[in-house]
Design a binder for this molecule. Sequence first.
Ligand code: MN
Ligand code: MN
Length: 498
Amino acid sequence: MALLQREEWYDIARRTNWTPKYVSEQELFPDEMSDPYHLPMSDWDAYDEPYKVSYREYVKTQREKDAGAYSVRTALERANYYANANPGWRSIQTLFYTAVPFVEYASASAFGRMTRFGKGAGMRNMASFGSLDEMRHCQIQLSFGYENLKHNPQIDWAQKSCHSNNWAIIGARHTFDDLEHTRDVVSSSIMTNICFETAFTNLQFIAFAADAAKEGDYNFSHFLQSIQTDESRHAQIGFPLVKMLVKSGKKKDVQKLVDIGFWRTWRQFAVLMGLPMDYYMPLEKRERSFKEFMEEWVVVQFERQILDLGLERPWYWDIFLKDLDYFHHSQALGIWLWRPTVWWDSVACVGPQEREWLEKKYPGWNATWGTLWDTVIANLVDGHPEKTIPATLPIMCNMSQLAITGIPGKPWTLRVYTLDYEGRRYNFGTEVDRWIFLQEPERYKGHLSAVDRYVGGVVQPQTPEGMLKYMGVLDQGGKDAYDYSWIAPYRESRSVAE
Ligand code: MN
Ligand code: MN
């Protein structure tokens, strides 16, 4: 029997919908899971996904992608890339393979809810492909990551991280639970598809794939690109929704979702991508700076997309642009200092040449972050690495769950934005984080940051060792990835001076 062409049947099939008889529409699609904005059913029936694909086509393309990625791996198996890689690149891989797969896996559930509770048949159809995508992303990353377990036991965090109470994981969970897993499908589609996937996964998978290719890691580069082609497809699920909501007079609601979703994702990605791109990546292999990648892939493209959709830039756009100059630098320094609290090896990468590069890309770097690194370097040259590990815990933001940081000196930007709510003091790293909390205190108020858990006695025994044990890193925390060899030029210039 001859097959019909897709265009001959697709429009009928993708609009398959029915009127419930045995339950009310409210029971079938409860507001809290489905659409609290009450878009009319006629709008939902007209939901028009920009990217159209049939199941047959989907399976064929995905099969080819997988076959491509796995055959590159087989071809390169003997090259033993990871074992011989530069320590900075190994840390990038370790961080990526251990922090990303569980977010991918959880996304399968977010798309599963869109498949069940989306009121538009086209949305349900696209979301079911999204679920399958996210399962593939998790599986391929676990499979590629675990290849390296024999070279580095830290890779086991690919499975372990999501079950841990490590502070970095608490932050990722808090963010993605908020955006992807605890809201109705309209809200979570806008936050996930528009903010996380449209704005940031290009940075993660295309910009980073360019870095990987330059480093000579074709395996990594190839499979990152195979993931991104999926992301760009299901990222489009949110666009028709935004248009429908704006048309129905709900622009204010959408704008708020975008403002929250964008900021929360930005803070996570500043760590996940900012450190690798500006510090972990060996200098001679860097494609561009994190800020340059952000400007191209996020600032220009995301800005254009939301303006095209009839939305505005988030109200904090100026704060965000300033953040591009300093936030990830402070996190890089902080995570290096508190390196025993994370499971991967931290990269300082602040030798004289690296500092020259940082100063060129971020004018003023030496006068701000450089002065703090000078103290670290002096302690290392003096033979006191123990003095570079803080004896205290940082103040953590009750929204991003990251350490609260800022620039010392002039202008002094380090401050804590506090809020007293129902008898509890909350600390925030920026006014944006505090604003997000205030949009829905009920959602956020019960959560304890890693430091809250320590101070409040959840962590027992209440000792530094107890804390490391609670976070899963006692005796297995990160070290300096280069075993301090990067201080050699400073040691030499000191002995010349003497
Ligand atoms: Mn994914
Ligand atoms: Mn995705």
